[in-house]
Structure formats: C-alpha cells, structure tokens
Unconditional design. Structure first.
Length: 323
C-alpha cells in the first residue's frame, strides 16, 4: 500500500472532531467510506465531511475494494465482532478505546490479528500527544529521580463535560460499555501508566454503585504494583458535586514531582523548591498525532504505536478493579 484509504465504522459524536476529519489531514491517508446502521445518518455524515461513500451495512464497507484499512468507532460491545470481520478480510484495524468489553475479548482480537497476519492498533491516542510525550521524556531522563509512586484522582459530577454527547446514554449500560463512565475514561489514564511504567506484577481494587442512579458502578479504586517497583493508586468517582470535580495525576520521585491533568494541557514539574510549568496548545483533532503514527505503521514505515498486547494490559487492570 502507498496510501491508507480508511473505512470508518460508526459515525458518532467522537468522530465529528476528535478523529474523523484527521484522516484526511495526515499524509498518505484519506477517509473514503463511512458506515452507520442508520442509513440517513451515515449519508448525512458523509455529506458534511466530504466522504465519497457511505454504507448502512458493516460487511459492505469492509468488503469495499477501495477500503484498505478499517477504523472502528462504535461502542465497545461491537468492537470484537467488527474487528474479527475486518481482520478476516485482510484489512488492518484501528479500534477505539477501550479496546473491548474485557481482557478475555481483547485476547481473542489479538489472536485473530495473528491468525490472519493482519495489523491491529488500539486508539490510546494520548501516547502520541506532545504533552504526554514530554512527561515520558522527563521520566526517562530521571528529572525527578527514581519514581516511587503515582496517584490519580478523577472526580466528576454525573453530568460531566468530559463525556461525549450521545443520543442514548449507552455508557451507562454495562452490556454495551463494559461498565459505565469508568470504562469510558479510565482507559486513557491506565494506558498512560502502562506507557510510562511498563508491565505490572499485581493489581486489585474495589468497585461499587454508591448513587444507585444507573446500572453501573460509579466509584472505583485501584492499586497497581509495576514490575519496576512503582506503585499506583487511583480513585474514580462519578457522583461528586460540581465544586469537587478533579482531574489530577501526580508522579512522585526521589527528587521531585510531576503533576498533570489527563484531560488538560499543563504539566507542572516541582523540584528543589522550584516549579516549572510546561503548557501545550489544545489540539484541534486530538487523535491526529496517533492517526499519523498508525498510518505509518500500516504502511510499514514505523512500529505499532499501541499494540493489542499493550492495550490488553489496561483491560486487565480495569477487570481487576471492577470484578
């Protein structure tokens, strides 16, 4: 392949700005077809975004001879089935996070990728953003010394502006989402911990439904012991007041501290009584840097920016916190 010609499955809110337009802004990449089960909405999306083809049937999109790679942007419950279909057709897959409903399902997707010898990448796109690359670089050169532990608090009211607007609140249906707002937001945070600290030895947590306003748990806590000795502690609560909302991660080392919001644009380095702030511009399309890396990988020009094996680690962590 000399150019990746994408077929996109799912045309929901997440694709309007975060990802969809970026496929046409990356070198050697273009969005040539979209699919949504609601034909009128598929046609409307294609018209508004200048996409040449639209479908209401997933197999028609996958079997389109012009489409040579597939982006899956549906709710998680459909990820595995659509991934299997695309891989069986020999078309590399870029699948949204969370990778799927649980680690067991993720392993089947990984096995299909190996069976059909077809590439699979998971959209943990913060790995490619300048802000998180900066944090990783600071850690790698030992700016804060040896990392001792990391702590994270994600506290949000029930109507959080971090959650994409959708016609039906499928994120609160565990059969579709895997387990509520935790399964929507925590993949970003847990994958970053894996990206920064590598594989882990142990993990455990608690999960419960405190508010009783939906069928899913709204408080999750978890701990991780990474193989390099770093300890992580996280708390996710989705029923706090507006005034108590918080998004903060702190990485504490022997010589200092790095603090940042996972859904923000500033990194604060505190060391030897001094503070340095690194500010980053908000990206127009948050997935564009990752899509550029995935395109290069699919064209055999780069390594996989987030393999199934790596993504399954964060799925295992979520499973261990919520089981």
């Amino acid at each position: 392949m000399q150019e990746i010609k994408w077929g996109m499955i799912g045309c929901g809110d997440v694709t309007e700005v975060k990802s969809g337009p970026a496929f046409n802004k990356v070198p050697n990449s273009s969005l040539v077809a979209v699919m949504r089960r609601d034909a009128a909405k598929a046609e409307d999306y294609a018209f508004r975004h200048g996409v040449p083809k639209w479908y209401a049937d997933v197999e028609e999109l996958i079997n389109d001879p012009e489409v040579n790679a597939v982006y899956i942007a549906t709710p998680p419950a459909q990820h595995e089935a659509y991934c299997q279909l695309a891989l069986a057709a020999g078309k590399p897959v870029y699948v949204e996070k969370p990778m799927t409903l649980n680690a067991e399902s993720g392993l089947r997707m990984e096995e299909a990728s190996m069976l059909y010898n077809t590439k699979l990448t998971v959209a943990h796109y913060r790995r490619a953003q300048p802000m998180f690359l900066k944090i990783k670089a600071l850690l790698e050169v030992g700016v804060i010394g040896d990392v001792r532990f990391a702590s994270l608090q994600m506290l949000q009211p029930q109507q959080s502006d971090l959650i994409a607007n959708v016609e039906s609140n499928w994120r609160l249906d565990p059969a579709i989402s895997g387990g509520g707002l935790f399964h929507d937001l925590a993949p970003h945070q847990l994958d970053l911990m894996v990206y920064f600290f590598g594989e882990f030895d142990q993990s455990a947590g608690f999960s419960l439904n405190q508010s009783g306003r939906a069928k899913v748990d709204d408080l999750v806590t978890g701990q991780i012991l990474f193989k390099n000795g770093v300890v992580f502690t996280g708390t996710w609560c989705f029923s706090v007041s507006e005034q108590d909302k918080k998004d903060v991660c702190e990485i504490i080392g022997s010589n200092g501290r790095i603090s940042f919001p996972v859904f923000g644009n500033k990194v604060t380095l505190s060391k030897e009584g001094k503070t340095e702030v690194f500010a980053f511009e908000a990206l127009e399309h948050v997935q564009q840097p990752m899509i550029e890396k995935v395109t290069a990988y699919f064209l055999d020009q780069a390594e996989n920016p987030c393999s199934a094996e790596q993504a399954i680690l964060s799925m295992r962590l979520m499973d261990s916190f919520t089981k």
